[in-house]
Design a protein around this ligand. Structure first.
Ligand SMILES: N[C@@H](CCC(=O)N[C@@H](CS)C(=O)NCC(=O)O)C(=O)O
Length: 228
């Protein structure tokens, strides 16, 4: 079995995808956090895009391979270590991959929502509302996207929904209100040990501090809700 080192940033939602996949496989790994505001040279040498996550795979013969891009990392782990998390049926697997792309697009909106000025905040609120409406329509009985089976798709949305543990305490965004399936999914994901362990225990507080530091409209709203 290869050894794994996950290069990470504590608040990165993409890192969580890889960390969740590793935990679901029951594979021990070393996690190395870096400061994205001051990237070490060794990291820049490893990471072609200068982004986390990066997975360093040390093979039995001692040689190393470096993987980047969270979904590529998650799929490599899924193809090589049981239990299988992606659906076996090709059409169903393709459908899951499509919704994982949707999760990535949602993360892009979330970034604008918590860093942007008032116009960006409002535009992202509208966009997130449309995405969550769509998700509520596609979700079935749960507890996970594919019923009882936890999948890589769940791992992707776990980091999306974790953001709301912070946002709920900052602003009355209303994005989950009246969306019982989405709320139940959020709760099921929160209870999953692999999801709980994929981010630091003080993630919500760290993210709140990060949002305030970014100084966007959400930070202003957190201080003065009347600005909404
Ligand atoms: N498509 C990439 C996105 C990864 C990404 O955007 N990572 C962010 C942190 S969450 C990053 O490393 N950004 C580089 C920077 O901030 O300079 C993936 O899925 O791995």
């Amino acid at each position: 079995m290869p050894r794994f080192k996950l290069i990470s940033f504590p608040l990165c939602p993409y890192v969580q995808r890889a960390a969740i996949a590793l935990a679901e496989k029951g594979v021990p790994f070393e996690r190395v956090d870096i400061d994205l505001a001051d990237k070490p040279d060794w990291f820049l040498k490893l990471s072609p895009l200068g982004k986390v996550p990066v997975l360093v795979v040390t093979l039995d013969d001692g040689s190393e391979q470096v993987l980047f891009e969270s979904q590529v990392i998650a799929e490599y782990l899924d193809e090589t270590i049981a239990p299988r998390l992606h659906p076996v049926d090709p059409l169903e697997r393709a459908r899951h991959r499509a919704w994982i792309e949707f999760a990535s697009a949602t993360l892009a909106d979330i970034y604008g929502f918590y860093t942007g000025d008032r116009d960006a905040y409002r535009a992202k609120l509208v966009s997130l509302d449309a995405k969550f409406r769509r998700l509520e329509q596609v979700l079935e009985d749960g507890p996970f996207f594919a019923g009882d089976r936890f999948s890589l798709l769940d791992a992707a949305f776990a980091s999306v929904l974790r953001y709301f543990d912070t946002f709920d305490g900052l602003v009355d965004h209303g994005l989950l209100a009246g969306r019982p399936k989405l709320q139940a999914w959020r709760e099921a994901l929160r209870q999953r040990p692999s999801v709980a362990g994929a981010a630091p225990a003080d993630y919500a507080e760290r993210l709140r501090d990060y949002v305030i530091e970014k100084g966007g409209h959400l930070a202003a709203l957190a201080r003065q809700p009347a600005l909404a």
